[in-house]
Design a protein around this ligand. Structure first.
Ligand code: ADP
Length: 328
């Protein structure tokens, strides 16, 4: 049965990701096209609690498709994790007669959305927005493509200076528990080695790999370290390696938050537009507690239950093996 939805709100929550603005634009305009009153919630779930909710029209999302970050702002909100916080959030939604919600964020955001929908019977559709590419049910998450391109651009520059000085660089990239950015940037930049959270790599094994490179006259080496690696961050790994392998001058670069920013790539602009458009259309059809995601070249629904329980990023062992072969 089609629900009688008149007012929809959209929010971005958790870590920001490039492409969120393209997605907000698509949500707002798809709603307005269908005769819905659209609202934006500022600062994620925090804005529901503080009643920071504003009406949005088609012009309020003009000229944002190319911008990084999120015009709605984002936040981490502990109060929303409590029943009292959720009840207050619901009161504010009712104040504006909001019948349905689109949330853009990562698995924390999805967990909050599912609890909220179950507690207050409000229809919710979630959109995977995170640079980590770690959500089950979408081959790619919004922001990942831009982030990896930012990483590649930075590592290419590091390679220039590494090669000029015969240096060994340890470059730390983001991804939390997912090594997707690390593994794929290693392939794209021709890194000599990559350390992933999904796989324990012994430092002896790493040193052996670097020694082969040095023996075959590599003038520089780059090791990509994913931030979630079990043996520590790039500084720790570099320190341990240096004790046993001292062929090159060793440097460390932590790419950090620059990976979150920047104008979204064409891929993320298009993905954000498709996901936002689909989210509103699904709400109008009566779908709820679902995530819209990209599978192959199709936008598909995955229940939040499934998205939150299935394992997201599985180690792509074939790609890891290929990285080794191609870096000899
Ligand atoms: P991400 O969405 O990027 O994974 P977080 O894990 O920080 O980021 O989650 C974003 C927000 O989602 C949190 O600040 C909180 O407001 C909400 N959230 C996370 N977990 C829960 C939960 N168990 N119950 C209710 N809300 C939650």
């Amino acid at each position: 049965m089609k629900p009688n939805i008149k007012n929809i709100a959209v929010l971005t929550s958790g870590g920001d990701a490039p492409g969120m603005n393209a997605c907000i634009r698509a949500v707002v305009r798809t709603g307005i096209y269908n005769g819905i009153n659209m609202f934006g919630v500022l600062q994620g779930y925090q804005g529901l609690i503080t009643n920071n909710i504003i009406p949005m029209d088609a012009r309020s999302v003009s000229n944002i498709i190319h911008l990084g970050g999120t015009v709605l702002k984002t936040a981490r909100c502990l109060e929303f994790k409590t029943d009292e916080g959720m009840d207050l959030a619901y009161e504010h939604l009712k104040l504006h007669q909001i019948d349905a919600l689109v949330v853009i964020g990562g698995d924390g955001t999805f967990t909050g959305a599912r609890r909220f929908a179950q507690r207050h019977h409000i229809n919710v559709i979630a959109i995977p927005g995170t640079i980590d590419n770690d959500l089950y049910g979408s081959d790619f998450t919004l922001g990942y493509d831009t982030a990896i391109n930012t990483v590649i651009e930075a590592i290419d520059k590091i390679r220039d200076t590494a090669d000029s000085h015969d240096r060994l660089f340890f470059v730390e990239v983001m991804g939390r528990d997912s090594g997707c950015i690390a593994l794929r940037s290693a392939i794209a930049c021709g890194a000599e080695a990559v350390l992933l959270p999904e796989k324990a790599t012994s430092l002896d094994e790493l040193i052996k790999q670097l020694e082969v490179g040095a023996a075959t006259k590599k003038s520089s080496s780059i090791v990509i370290v994913s931030e979630g690696h079990k043996q520590g961050g790039a500084y720790d790994i570099a320190k341990h390696v240096k004790e046993k392998f001292n062929h090159y001058d060793t440097k460390v670069t932590i790419l950090g938050h620059l990976q979150r920013g920047g104008s979204p790539s064409s891929f993320d602009r298009i993905l954000g537009s498709r996901l936002g458009y689909a989210a509103v259309n699904e709400l109008l059809k009566g779908s709820t507690q679902q995530m819209v995601g990209l599978r192959g070249n199709d936008i598909r629904l995955t229940s939040l239950d499934e998205a939150l329980t299935e394992h997201s990023f599985k180690l792509e062992s074939d790609l890891l093996e290929m990285t080794k072969v191609l870096s000899i």
